[in-house]
Design a protein around this ligand. Structure first.
Ligand code: SDX
Length: 392
C-alpha cells in the first residue's frame, strides 16, 4: 500500500482538482500511474491490466484480472443499428470527426448510462467505453478506406482484436506479427492517462455538470483533436515528411527559430525535461521498424538526427523543449500500416481509460461541485446604451 502523499508543485492556487490517479514531475521527467512508473508498466504490464489499475487504484490479482478481461471482451460488439451511424458520414470524413460523433451517439443507445448517480451504471459505462472504443475506431478507419467492417473476436487479446478489426479483409486470413501486437499494447499504455491535460480537464468540466459519460468522452475527443494536443502526432509525421532528409534539418531549425512553425512532437506544458513516454516510444519505433523491415526508414533517420540537433541547440534547451510522446509515435504507427489521420484516433482510444477513470474519481468525490472557472475581466467599464441614431 503506497503512502499517500500530497505533492505541492508550487502552484496549488491554480491546481484544478485533487486526484490519486496520475503523478507527473515535469522537471524530473517522472510519470506515475497510481504510483507505478510508466516505463515499468510499459515493459511489464498490459494495457488492460493498466486499465484496471487506473480504474481501481491497485494492480489486479490473477482472478480479478480474468474477470475484468472477460467483461471487457464481452462488451466489444456494437449494437447492430449503431453501424448505420457511420454510413451518415462523407467517405472522406476525418476519422476524428467520426469518433467525436459516434462516441457521443452512444448516449442514444445506452439510456441506463444516463443515470450517473448509480455506481453500477458508472462501472458498466466505463467497461462499455474501454471495450467499444477499439471497435468504433476500427470502423472509423474501415469506413474511410471503403472496406467492410470486421467484427471483434472474443478469443483475441485487446490489441490483436483491434489490429485485426483494422487490417483484416474477407479475402484472406489475417496474420499479425506478435511484435506488432506487443507494440500496439505498449503504445496504448503510454497514452492511457496524463493528469489534468486539456482533454482530461474537458472531460472533468463536462462531467461536473452531470452530463452522461459518453457525452463527456466525446467532448474529450474533440479537445484531443487539436494540433497542440493529441493532433501533434499527425503533425509531427507530416513535419518529418516535409523535412525529408537529414540535409534539410538546418534549414528547418532556422525556420523554427524564426517562429515560422514549431517543432512538432517537442515541448510540453508540464515536462521541462525528457517526456518519459518518448523514450519508451523510441524503443517501440525501433522494434516496429525492425519487425516490418524498415530499419532504415528515412523518416526515422531524420527524426533521430532532428532530435540530436535540437537537444544540442540553445534555442530548444534554454526553453526546455524536449521530445514528447508524439515525436516518435507517428513513425511507429505509420510503419504498422495506419494513415496519419488515424494517429489521434489511436491516442483517443487509449486515453479513454484515463478520461473515464478521472470522470469516475470526480463523480465519486462527495464534495464535487459543477466546475466554474473564473476570469480576469479586461473589457470595458460599465457604460450606458447608445441608440443607433446617435452612434456616428
Ligand atoms: C500532448 O498536457 C498534456 O499532458 C498533453 C499530453 C498528454 O498526454 O495529454 O502530454 C499530450 O499534447 C503533448 C504535446 C503535443 N504537442 C506538440 O508536440 C505540439 C508542439 N508543441 C508546442 O505546441 C508546445 O510545446 C506546447 C503546446 C505543447 C506547449 O506550449 P507552451 O506551453 O507555449 O510551451 P512553453 O510555454 O514551454 O513555450 C516556451 C517557449 C515559447 O517561446 P517564447 O515565446 O518563450 O520565445 O518555447 C516555444 C514557445 O513558443 N515553444 C516551441 C515549441 N514549444 C514551445 N518552439 C518551437 N517548437 C515547439 N514545439
Amino acid at each position: 500500500q503506497s503512502d499517500a502523499f500530497t505533492y505541492d508543485p508550487g502552484f496549488t492556487s491554480t491546481a484544478s482538482c485533487e486526484s490519486k490517479i496520475t503523478f507527473i514531475d515535469g522537471d524530473q521527467g517522472v510519470l506515475l500511474h497510481r504510483g507505478y512508473p510508466i516505463d515499468q508498466l510499459a515493459s511489464q504490464s498490459s494495457f488492460l491490466e493498466t486499465c484496471y489499475l487506473l480504474l481501481h487504484g491497485e494492480l489486479p490479482t490473477a482472478s480479478e484480472y480474468e474477470t475484468f478481461e472477460t467483461t471487457i471482451t464481452r462488451h466489444t460488439m456494437l449494437h447492430a443499428q449503431f453501424d448505420r451511424f457511420f454510413e451518415g458520414f462523407r467517405r472522406d470524413a476525418h476519422p476524428m470527426a467520426i469518433m467525436t460523433g459516434a462516441v457521443g451517439a452512444l448516449s442514444a443507445f445506452y439510456h441506463d448510462s444516463l443515470d450517473i448517480q448509480d455506481a453500477t451504471q458508472r462501472e458498466i459505462s466505463a467497461h462499455r467505453l474501454i471495450a467499444k472504443m477499439p471497435t468504433i475506431a476500427a470502423r472509423a478507419f474501415k469506413y474511410s478506406v471503403g472496406q467492410p467492417f470486421v467484427h471483434p473476436k472474443n478469443n483475441l487479446s485487446y490489441a490483436e482484436n483491434f489490429l485485426r478489426m483494422c487490417f483484416a479483409v474477407p479475402a484472406e486470413d489475417y496474420v499479425v506479427d506478435p511484435a506488432l501486437v506487443r507494440a500496439m499494447d505498449r503504445i496504448f499504455i503510454l497514452h492511457a492517462d496524463h493528469e489534468q491535460n486539456a482533454s482530461t480537464s474537458t472531460v472533468r468540466l463536462a462531467g461536473s455538470s452531470g452530463a452522461n459519460p459518453f457525452a463527456c468522452i466525446a467532448a474529450g475527443i474533440a479537445c484531443l483533436w487539436g494540433p497542440s494536443h493529441g493532433g501533434a502526432n499527425e503533425e509531427a509525421l507530416n513535419m518529418l515528411k516535409e523535412i525529408g532528409t537529414p540535409e534539410r534539418i538546418p534549414e528547418f531549425i532556422a525556420g523554427v527559430k524564426d517562429r515560422k512553425y514549431k517543432l512538432m512532437g517537442f515541448g510540453h506544458r508540464v515536462y521541462k525535461n525528457y517526456d518519459p513516454r518518448a523514450k519508451v516510444m523510441q524503443t517501440s519505433a525501433y522494434e516496429v521498424l525492425a519487425a516490418t523491415g524498415r530499419e532504415n526508414d528515412p523518416l526515422f533517420l531524420v527524426a533521430k538526427e532532428l532530435e540530436a540537433v535540437a537537444l544540442k541547440d540553445e534555442f530548444f534547451m534554454e526553453r526546455k523543449l524536449f521530445p514528447n510522446v508524439d515525436f516518435y509515435s507517428g513513425i511507429t504507427l505509420s510503419a504498422m500500416g495506419f494513415p496519419t489521420t488515424m494517429f489521434t484516433v489511436l491516442f483517443a482510444l487509449a486515453r479513454t481509460v484515463g478520461w473515464i477513470a478521472q470522470w469516475k474519481e470526480m463523480i465519486e468525490d462527495p464534495g464535487q461541485k459543477i466546475g466554474r472557472p473564473r476570469q480576469l475581466y479586461t473589457g470595458s467599464a460599465a457604460r450606458d446604451f447608445v441608440p443607433v441614431s446617435q452612434r456616428g
